[in-house]
Design a protein around this ligand. Structure first.
Ligand code: UTP
Length: 293
């Protein structure tokens, strides 16, 4: 019997250097995909997967994230007084329950592994999810987003779960890449992983795509984890150590991921979500057609 996945960690302490100057004073996680901050999309995905407690690992200049997940008294009062019920109800629906969020600071951007380790005391001794908040996912035909599919796999296999997606072989050197063991199609056994392998050496074209379910044993490992690729404390290196004693399964999830931390990924996410919006799709397509001639 597996434990329930109740908590999710959102590492939001990165500097967003790929998206300057936009991210100089606005955290990249607060840029919007259509009308919702990137991070709100990712929190929505976590809620859909049954997450009850949201742990944000933040840094300096990111206080606006905490405000976003709190009440905004003047705004709510004004919306009510002006009879804007639809807007008010939408804000209330997005508001996490009191006490359902925690915020801790990474202090220095030493890498994703270090950011996850900063959540150790808040997560405690239970398996938990990690969602990279600049990766926005869209559901495929299955209609549940990536993390819900990971939780489904966790309920079946236990251990640790990593969502993966396919990239062309010439792009693997930019990502964490997994080795594939017993393959059941939608899911498979992970037999190894490597962060940013030199060109031509990747064990597969399945890349680690930003959604994980991990056992709490990862924290002990991350505590003494040496710096890896890019001089950063890498989560992939920590997971590699954990894999010596625990099982890892990969999920080829049904859906798509957009890396909103890159300019092109951000633009693609906005296009995809606008085209999927019943209200915007028609007029957006018409405007795009004009633009493209
Ligand atoms: P990225 O490498 O995509 O984020 O890390 P970054 O460092 O902000 O981006 P660039 O390359 O400078 O543009 C993946 C995720 O891990 C978080 C980031 O916020 C991002 O969501 N992260 C990364 C941390 O929280 N702390 C870190 O030290 C590094």
């Amino acid at each position: 019997m597996t434990k329930r996945i109740r908590k999710a960690v959102f590492p939001v302490a990165g500097l967003g250097t790929r998206f300057l100057p936009a991210t100089k004073s606005i955290p990249k996680e607060m840029l919007t995909v259509v009308d919702r901050p990137v991070l709100q999309h990712v929190v929505d995905e976590a809620k859909e997967a049954g997450i009850e407690h949201f742990v944000f690992v933040t840094g300096r200049g990111k206080a606006v994230i905490e405000d976003h997940f709190d009440m905004s008294y003047e705004l709510e009062d004004t919306l009510q007084k002006r009879g804007k019920k639809k807007e008010y109800d939408a804000l209330m629906a997005d508001l996490p329950a009191a006490g359902a969020t925690s915020f801790t600071r990474q202090q220095a951007p030493l890498g994703l592994g270090h950011a996850v380790w900063c959540a150790r005391d808040i997560v405690g001794d239970e398996p938990f999810a990690v969602l990279l908040p600049d990766m926005v996912t869209m559901a495929g035909a299955k209609k549940s987003r990536c993390l819900a599919q990971c939780v489904e796999a966790y309920d079946r296999y236990g251990g640790n779960i990593i969502a993966v997606e396919e990239v062309p072989p010439e792009e693997t050197h930019q990502y964490g890449v997994v080795s594939i063991g017993k393959d059941e199609g939608h899911t498979f056994e992970i037999t190894g992983m490597v962060e940013k392998p030199p060109k031509g050496t990747a064990p597969s074209t399945s890349i680690i795509s930003g959604r994980y379910i991990l056992g709490p044993e990862i924290f002990k490992i991350l505590e003494t984890q040496e710096r890896g690729a890019g001089g950063e404390i890498q989560l992939t290196d920590g997971m590699k150590s954990l894999a010596k004693n625990q099982g890892f399964h990969g999920v080829r999830f049904d859906g798509r991921t957009y890396d909103t931390g890159s300019k092109l990924g951000f633009l693609m996410a906005n296009a995809a979500f606008a085209l999927a919006s019943p209200e915007l799709a028609g007029p957006y397509k018409a405007e795009l057609k004009k633009l493209l001639g």
